[in-house]
Design a protein around this ligand. Structure first.
Ligand SMILES: [Zn+2]
Length: 143
């Protein structure tokens, strides 16, 4: 079997409410995400015909649209609710925090890796997703 990997970066903000400590404050990370895929080498010398260009487009489009420059909060976090704000006409309207992505559970690095793995698992032969939250900390999720 051949293993392919595609890698992309995301800039996210998050906070954790289920763990005591500094991670309860909203803070940001420059994360690197790598997805590993497995395939048998076919007659064209490719891993089951997978094309890096297609993989990168699909992977990067999902990460950019779902995570990059977004605020990830546990859906049970008090700040993950809609809030009253004034619009440009001075009227009160209910709005979500800009860029909010409500998460099932805390948006830990482990859960982000699991979420990305789950997104691609049904359509691609993904075997593992790594999420580096800093240059020295990483969580991965796989089957
Ligand atoms: Zn963090």
């Amino acid at each position: 079997m051949a293993i392919l990997a595609v890698k992309h970066n995301i800039e996210i903000a998050h906070r954790l409410i289920l763990t005591e400590g500094k991670c309860q404050q909203i803070h940001g990370h420059s994360m690197w995400v790598t997805m590993y895929l497995e395939g048998a080498i076919d007659s064209a010398g490719m891993a089951d015909g997978m094309d890096f260009a297609d993989l990168k487009t699909e992977f990067r489009t999902y990460l950019d649209g779902t995570y990059d420059h977004h605020l990830l909060l546990n859906k049970n976090d008090a700040w993950a609710q809609s809030l009253p704000v004034q619009n440009h006409n001075g009227q009160e309207v209910w709005s979500w925090l800009p860029g909010l992505v409500p998460f099932d559970g805390d948006p830990t690095t482990e859960n982000i890796a699991k979420d990305i793995y789950s997104k691609f698992f049904l359509t691609l032969p993904v075997v593992r997703v790594e999420v580096w939250e800093t240059a020295v900390n990483m969580a991965s999720y796989g089957g």
